[in-house]
Design a protein around this ligand. Structure first.
Ligand code: AMP
Ligand code: GLY
Length: 427
């Protein structure tokens, strides 16, 4: 079979790496792909937003399954375009992707179907929003309704900070259309984790839980980023919380989407906070997480193509997972998530057995890899436990240790190593 992966980041490279393992796959196309993907897929020089071009390409090249990685084409209806053309595609329609595209929609849905989440109000009027913020006090969270490239959430520690966030978004149009409306919600304290599931209508097949590290610098300091590293599974999460997240969050929300006439097919991603009364939702995404995918898929024992075919056919894909833990650390361009230089040469990386390199912002120039984005690549490895997975990963990061053009977090997973295995340091 021929498959087409739409996207150009680490998540999509990871999907391509998984498809390579499938006996059923003949040709893999990536649109537009990246330098890493071009080693194992045929990259097509097109944009994720060129729907007509992608549909025509899929038809002409006998693509039997298209998988859409990023949120923007999903929200703009790329899956609908494929369905209208009668081409097999894995991902949610525009109507279903609204669960990521509008925070207000997602909050209303959760409220109506009693899915645990932070208390909230939505506003388009700045005075009303500010009165509500003053009434509730800090800490409090202010969110742009629409997509704002990961920058639309302000976790305000003071009332003043929240008031000015509301002002920037509603009065000053900080995120354009995406902040015509805002959600103001209760601050939730607790550990975060991500839970993704393959979904088709009311059928929900959960993956292993993962933990992302969103802040740029060690100790969870600095600005929010797309994600600086991840590991899976999250062993400190107890079985009760995992079961709760599946039974009381993922399954009811999938059923709610069917009831609302927006049945969801694809990957449903729940960003969760483990509060003192159990997991609550911070956000839903309508796609694979990045970098969670890069550490979850290496532990999936099934053929990913068969899983997607089964899910689309309404069959249980019987997901099975390897023992052990997978970790991944992102190497970013110095300055990211702010301004950074591109076209900086990358040192050679050697990964130990079981290790892998996932490209995100790289290009191939004059016979070598150079950087072309903020998040450049992710280096990962598996281990019997988190400590071993991390040790192996950090060994492979050595070539980047003294590179002034790049940086990476030194503490991915560290706080979980000590809480999951308190004996590790003693032995
Ligand atoms: P998001 O862009 O929705 O993923 O939010 C970015 C980050 O803001 C999350 O990863 C959380 O760390 C934080 N956050 C969002 N909502 C809340 C909340 N209600 N309480 C505490 N932290 C939150
Ligand atoms: N890692 C967070 C996301 O994919 O949205």
């Amino acid at each position: 079979m021929n498959v087409l992966v739409v996207g150009r980041g680490g998540r999509e490279h990871s999907l391509v790496q998984k498809f390579v393992e499938s006996d059923q796959v003949d040709r893999i196309f990536a649109a537009p792909g990246n330098a890493g993907m071009s080693q194992m897929a045929e990259c097509i020089d097109t944009s994720e937003q060129d729907f007509d071009g992608l549909v025509a390409f899929a038809r002409e090249n006998n693509v039997e399954l298209t998988v859409v990685g990023p949120e923007n084409p999903l929200l703009d209806g790329l899956v609908d375009a494929f369905q209208e053309a009668d081409l097999p595609v894995f991902g949610p329609t525009k109507a279903a992707a609204l669960i990521e595209g509008s925070k207000h929609f997602a909050k209303q849905l959760m409220q109506e179907y009693e899915i645990p989440t932070a208390g909230y109000e939505a506003f388009s009027d700045v005075e009303a929003a500010q009165a509500y913020i003053k009434e509730k006090g800090a800490p409090i969270v202010v969110k742009a309704d629409g997509l704002a490239a990961g920058k639309g959430v302000v976790v305000a520690e003071t009332v003043d900070e929240a008031l000015s966030a509301a002002e920037d978004m509603l009065r000053n149009g900080q995120f354009g259309d995406a902040s015509r409306e805002i959600v103001v919600e209760e601050f939730l304290a607790g550990d975060e984790f991500s839970l993704m599931a393959f979904v088709n209508g009311t059928n929900v097949y959960p993956m292993i839980p993962a933990k992302d590290h969103k802040r740029a610098y060690d100790g969870d300091q600095g600005p929010n980023t797309g994600g600086m590293g991840a590991f899976a599974p999250v062993q400190e999460l107890n079985n009760w919380s995992y079961a709760f997240a599946v039974e009381e969050i993922l399954k009811p929300v999938a059923a709610a989407m069917v009831k609302e006439g927006r049945p969801f097919t694809g990957i449903l991603y729940a960003g969760l906070i483990e509060t003192s009364v159990g997991p609550k939702v911070i956000e839903f995404n309508a796609r694979f997480g990045d970098p969670e995918t890069q550490v979850v898929l290496p532990l999936l024992e099934n053929d990913l193509l068969q899983v997607m075919i089964d899910v689309l056919d309404g069959k249980n894909p019987d997901l099975t997972w390897s023992e052990g833990v997978c970790a991944g650390v992102v190497v970013a361009s110095e300055g990211y998530p702010g301004a950074y230089e591109k076209r900086r040469p990358l040192p050679e990386v050697e990964v130990a057995e079981g290790g892998f390199v996932v490209h995100a912002g790289t290009a191939w120039e004059d016979g070598k890899y150079v950087s072309s984005g903020g998040r450049v690549l992710l280096i990962g490895n598996k281990g019997e436990d988190l400590a071993q997975a991390l040790d192996r990963t950090y060994q492979s990061l050595r070539p980047f240790e003294n590179q002034s053009d790049f940086f990476y977090r030194r503490d991915i997973g560290r706080s979980s190593v000590s809480s999951a295995a308190p004996h590790a340091d003693v032995e």
